[in-house]
Design a protein around this ligand. Structure first.
Ligand SMILES: [Zn+2]
Length: 226
């Protein structure tokens, strides 16, 4: 067996595929090129070269997300718009202790395990959201039935006709003002079950900066991943 030598920032995966594909690994911006068995090194390098502009764009996007703290690094967790380093300590619990000053989370979580991350965000949502929802409901006179935390791909929340509220655990990654808006949005649906003018006026009266949160969800919200 021989080793094909490629620059270190390029990783080649030979597979039973029909065509060459590219992706950029977010952790280290390495270019991962999947190629069919029969493609030569020269052809591969040419393919990568041809896609230079696309690769640069992807790398820029990754850097942008990282700068905005919504890109997760190894051993880190994103929480309320900030990046936290996870420190494993013996006897630490899964939800752990969140030190906001030092941006450290002491927890038993294995940050590289997606199902553990999902569980962690669910636990945080369960402990953080109900008191805030309760307070906001009392403050603005909304009545709701129960709160459910879910994992959905694109939905941030929903409100059923009977006043049950659903929230996406992923929202715990977004900044506090966005969480506040998402709560107000669903609470407002307990009174206005639509997205008409009356609904938005109600949202604005409870959350004057809601447009900023909406903008965040339209841009950053799309790329946030647990
Ligand atoms: Zn809505």
């Amino acid at each position: 067996m021989y080793m094909e030598l490629f620059p270190p920032e390029i990783e080649i995966i030979r597979k039973r595929v029909k065509r060459m594909t590219l992706r950029i690994r977010t952790e280290d911006e390495c270019v991962i090129c999947t190629i069919p068995w029969y493609v030569s090194k020269a052809e591969t390098l040419e393919f990568i070269h041809k896609n230079k502009t696309w690769i640069e764009k992807q790398k820029q996007k990754i850097r942008q997300l990282r700068a905005m703290h919504i890109h997760r690094e190894k051993g880190m967790l994103l929480y309320m718009g900030e990046s936290y380093r996870v420190v494993a300590v013996e006897h630490a619990t899964m939800p752990g202790i969140i030190n906001k000053e030092e941006k450290i989370i002491i927890s038993s979580i294995n940050t590289e395990d997606e199902s553990q991350r999902k569980e962690w965000y669910t636990l945080q949502a369960h402990s953080i959201l109900p008191p805030i929802i309760d307070e906001q409901a009392r403050l603005h006179g909304f009545a709701y039935k129960k709160i459910t935390i879910k994992h959905q791909k694109s939905k941030w929340g929903s409100c059923s006709v009977d006043g049950s509220l659903n929230f996406n655990a992923k929202m715990m990654i977004t900044p506090e003002h966005v969480i506040h808006y998402l709560i107000i949005h669903e609470l407002a649906h307990t009174r206005e079950f639509h997205h008409g003018e009356k609904f938005w006026n109600l949202v604005e009266s409870c959350c004057p900066d809601y447009l900023e949160a909406e903008k965040y969800l339209r841009t950053m919200g799309r790329v946030i991943e647990i």
